[in-house]
Design a protein around this ligand. Structure first.
Ligand code: 5AD
Ligand code: SF4
Length: 580
């Protein structure tokens, strides 16, 4: 048993957000408490991201600040978790003595033990500290990294995957799934569930296969059980997570038990381009099977979606399951990364722009049903300024964005990452100014499309999952309240953020520009005495609307309500609750 005030801050992707939540659950079960103020903490944890350099720099600067703080707070324990620990562990240890605990994303099940050791060791070393030393000279360092085992064979990785225990440990109760730590008032209604870990794709720019290891798939029974337990605790919306989520495939005969726990399975090797899973037999749970199982066996989940999809291996079977199961969301996040075949090849993406658009056309043909108010919404990721990218390559990317008509897109400037093929083989030869202007041009192109898609929704009445206060409303309340008063209603734009914050972590979501429907302060149309709420449609479009005067805004959080879309201002989609 341990106790202490823990502050955890999460950088990067949804997978990290889920990891932080699970880590918090484990620590809470051991008696740790959480604080949302770093300055109040005895233990500061950063769950880090290595996908782009920018995200790592933020952590370096946070660690620099903690170095000073440790002089006045010698008992402070600092942990670096996640991809940066895994990728950069040695350098971190050398340059940042302030770090007491380092734990890679594949070892997070060991974090409670590491932390406990670090807290105890640090306390006893400090108790005997010789006078000529100060607190920063004391090291109680605890390390768990996969190191070169992270790319051991996928079979071995699956057999030795103790991380499954982390997912299995998820402590689900109405409180722990998302009650606001400050007030205890709000039970979480939306959650992430991991279905695959790691990645086998080796896109040449990407660190993920090195930091998160080989792709492995969790047993379907574990996943369905987790969804059921979340539903029993009040969750009505689940997002399934995987780096290449649609690769999910579990062969039951091939399962192994380790320590009484059914282990995940290695990722299968795709020949590419298939439309259905041609090899799936009776004893196989395909991704399509898994979606149908969760839909049918957990009817309390009113919205089920998944991220991130890999475009090449998307079978019609999956699209048909989405079409035929009403609680599966009409939303696909399918990064293209570039519209130039030459760049796609250099990126090792495994498809051409034409193959990508063929997939989008196929998805739209099967799924798009605007007449029943459920148009298919797509989003994508792009990298601009990849090595050797010419103006023509970039024009092809703009053309793809215009053709794809995403509701939103994340656009990143290429960031060379140590350990990847691209940094070793290709000079980062697109000047920063060119990257920036391509970034802006693509954002502008996407902004226009996002606005048009928003405008096409005007007059429709989609069901909206209420996530929280709009950004504008939060600002208004922050201005009105005395300093340090916790907000009673979680912020919107992603209730998952509120949920995560509620379980401890503060979130620094994706660190570069995303263009899509998102709030803009000047778009506020709320009357002074009305509360503006934010929610999402089934297709993941963010909508702002006023809480009706006769309903407490708190009572609407986590509910799905009909909102009539009345107007689009810039990137903001605005509406009023139907029946108002
Ligand atoms: N530089 C810039 N963006 C990157 N991404 C991944 N690696 C890099 C990199 N080295 C982007 C991709 C991916 C998203 C999660 O991050 O677009 O889809
Ligand atoms: Fe990285 Fe490519 Fe795997 Fe996505 S599919 S995590 S970009 S290697």
């Amino acid at each position: 048993m341990s106790s202490g005030n823990v502050y955890i801050e999460t950088f990067g992707c949804q997978m990290n957000e889920l990891d932080s939540e699970l880590v918090c659950g484990q620590l809470r079960a051991l008696g740790y408490r959480f604080t949302t103020e770093s300055s109040q903490a005895d233990v500061v944890l950063y769950n880090t991201c290595s996908v782009r350099e920018h995200a790592e720099q933020k952590v370096w600067s946070r660690l620099g600040e903690l170095r000073d703080r440790k002089l006045t707070q010698p008992g402070l324990v600092v942990g670096v978790l996640g991809c940066m620990a895994e990728r950069d562990g040695e350098d971190l240890m050398r340059r940042m003595p302030v770090v007491d605990v380092m734990c890679g994303p594949g070892e997070l099940d060991k974090l409670p033990a590491l932390l406990d050791n670090a807290v105890r060791t640090r306390a006893s070393l400090l108790a005997e500290l010789p006078e000529h030393l100060n607190a920063t000279d004391v090291s109680a360092r605890q390390v768990a990294l996969q190191g070169n085992t992270s790319r051991r064979s996928a079979t071995l990785a699956a057999a030795a995957d103790t991380l499954e225990l982390l997912d299995l440990s998820r402590s689900i109760s109405p409180i722990s799934v998302g009650a606001d730590e400050g007030t205890g008032e709000f039970a979480r209604r939306t959650a992430y569930v991991r279905i695959t870990r790691g990645c086998n794709k080796f896109c040449t720019y990407c660190v993920v296969p090195f930091t998160r290891g080989a792709e492995i798939h969790r047993p379907p029974d574990h996943i369905v059980d987790e969804c059921k337990r979340l539903a029993d605790a009040g969750v009505i919306e689940i997002t399934l997570l995987g780096q290449t989520v649609n690769h999910y495939r579990f062969e039951h005969g091939a399962s192994v038990m380790v320590g009484g726990v059914m282990q995940p399975q290695k990722g299968r090797t795709y020949a590419g381009g298939h439309r259905r899973d041609p090899f799936a037999g009776e004893a196989t749970t395909t991704f399509a099977d898994l979606l149908a199982r969760i839909h049918d066996e957990v009817p309390a989940i009113q919205r089920l979606r998944f991220v991130t999809s890999y475009p090449r291996d998307f079978g019609d079977d999956v699209l048909e399951v989405i079409r035929d199961h009403p609680r599966l969301c009409r939303y696909l996040h399918v990064p293209a990364q570039s519209g130039s075949d030459r760049i796609l090849k250099l990126m090792n993406r495994g498809y051409t722009a034409a193959e990508y658009t063929e997939f989008l056309d196929r998805a739209r043909a099967i799924l798009d049903q605007p007449e029943i108010g459920r148009p298919l919404m797509l989003s994508g990721d792009f990298i601009v300024g990849f090595p050797t990218e010419t103006d023509e390559d970039f024009d092809a990317t703009v053309a793809l964005v215009e053709r794809a008509r995403y509701k939103s897109a994340f656009i990143f400037k290429y960031s060379p990452r140590p350990g990847t093929v691209a940094i070793d083989k290709l000079a980062d030869d697109v000047p920063e100014g060119v990257k920036r202007s391509r970034n802006n041009r693509l954002l502008l192109a996407q902004a226009q499309i996002s606005e048009e898609i928003g405008a096409s929704l005007v007059g429709t009445t989609p069901q909206v999952f209420v996530e929280g206060l709009s950004a504008k409303e939060r600002k208004r309340r922050d201005r009105a309240k005395p300093a340090n008063t916790p907000s009673k209603i979680p912020g919107g734009v992603a209730l998952t953020i509120a949920g995560r914050a509620a379980s401890g972590p503060a979130i620094n979501a994706r660190d570069e520009a995303c263009c899509g429907t998102k709030p803009r302060e000047e778009d506020a149309q709320t009357l002074p005495d009305q509360v503006q709420l934010t929610g999402r449609t089934d297709g993941d479009v963010i909508v702002h609307f006023d809480a009706p005067p006769d309903r407490a805004p708190e009572s609407m959080l986590g509910c799905i309500v009909p909102v009539r879309i009345t107007q689009v201002r810039g990137l903001s989609v605005l509406g009023t609750m139907a029946g108002e």
